[in-house]
Design a binder for this molecule. Structure first.
Ligand code: NAD
Length: 263
């Protein structure tokens, strides 16, 4: 528990599922006010269920539908958070997508969709939160959901890897620019985590084993293990931390091929 998160207002994009949902529930258990951004109409029921769960945890929450690639949606998201809870303290830019295509066959449509959701969408979230923090002199906190693929190249996912590589330098640049205002901007780089983005892949036991073989700790991560990293980064325990990519990957980035004296 991080007592200082109590009463803070936290926006989480793409929070109807997976890591965003886990962050919503973790920050609710810290008694923060939660603003759940979701993308699709069909996610409304899930969002209502998450809000009920949050209320059972003794926290407050609202759901706000919006597309992270649309500036006006994200501006409205920040406005709704502030008009409901009085202020904004933490912005978690989590929404992201991926699709597998050999790079020589990748359409501009797919390239643009992934870049605009994962990279431009996170920039819009950063910019709107920063504009609010600067205007209101709030020493807020931003967390961008990156990936181990800001480090590890990923054939057939060039658009995804490029978007996550972009998040790394976007995070560091913004962290440097806003450090004098004591606004902290960090990223989290999850490895392979059990969420809907991996559902199809993990249905195939061979593919799932292939992924586990890349993880020195030997298991697929749980969404709660990423939410715990987000809670720490947002808390005052991380008050001197900015521009960091916090890697939470069971060792995936540690060159697992070199395990047990190989190499
Ligand atoms: P997920 O598919 O459950 O979550 C992604 C969410 O983003 C969904 O709820 C989706 O509706 C939402 N979304 C998609 N496009 C959107 C848009 N335009 N506007 C608003 N929301 C939109 O998968 P997840 O694993 O929870 O992914 C969350 C983040 O974590 C992503 O950025 C992903 O790249 C990153 N990540 C995940 C893993 C993993 O193994 N699960 C690993 C590294 C990084």
């Amino acid at each position: 528990m991080y007592k200082d998160l109590q009463g803070k207002t936290v926006i989480i994009t793409g929070a109807a599922t997976g890591l965003g949902k886990a962050c919503a529930l973790r920050f609710a258990s810290e008694k923060a006010n939660i603003v759940i951004n979701y993308y699709e109409e069909k996610q409304e029921k899930d969002v209502h269920d998450i809000i009920d769960e949050i209320k059972d945890l003794g926290a407050e929450a609202i759901g706000v539908r919006g597309d992270v690639t649309q500036e006006e949606d994200i501006r409205a998201l920040v406005e709704e958070a502030v008009s409901t809870f009085g202020k904004l303290d933490v912005m978690i830019n989590n929404a992201g997508i991926e699709n597998e295509v050999p790079s020589h066959e990748l359409s501009m449509e797919d390239w643009n969709k992934v870049i605009s959701t994962n990279l431009t969408g996170q920039f819009i979230g950063c910019r709107e939160a920063l504009a609010y923090f600067v205007k209101n002199q709030i020493q807020g906190c931003i967390i961008n959901m990156s990936s181990v693929h800001e480090i590890i190249p990923w054939p057939h996912f060039v658009h995804y890897a490029a978007s996550k590589g972009g998040i790394k330098l976007m995070t560091q640049t913004l962290a440097l620019e806003y450090a004098p205002k004591r606004i902290r901007i960090n990223s989290i780089a999850p490895g392979a985590i059990n969420t809907p983005i991996n559902e199809e892949k993990f249905k195939d036991p061979k593919k799932k084993k292939g992924v586990i073989d890349l993880i020195p700790m030997g298991y697929i991560g749980k969404p709660e293990e990423i939410a715990a990293a987000a809670a720490w980064l947002a808390s005052s325990e991380a008050s001197y931390v900015t521009g960091l990519t916090l890697i939470a990957d069971g060792g995936m980035t540690l060159y697992p091929g070199f395990q047990a004296g190989k190499g």
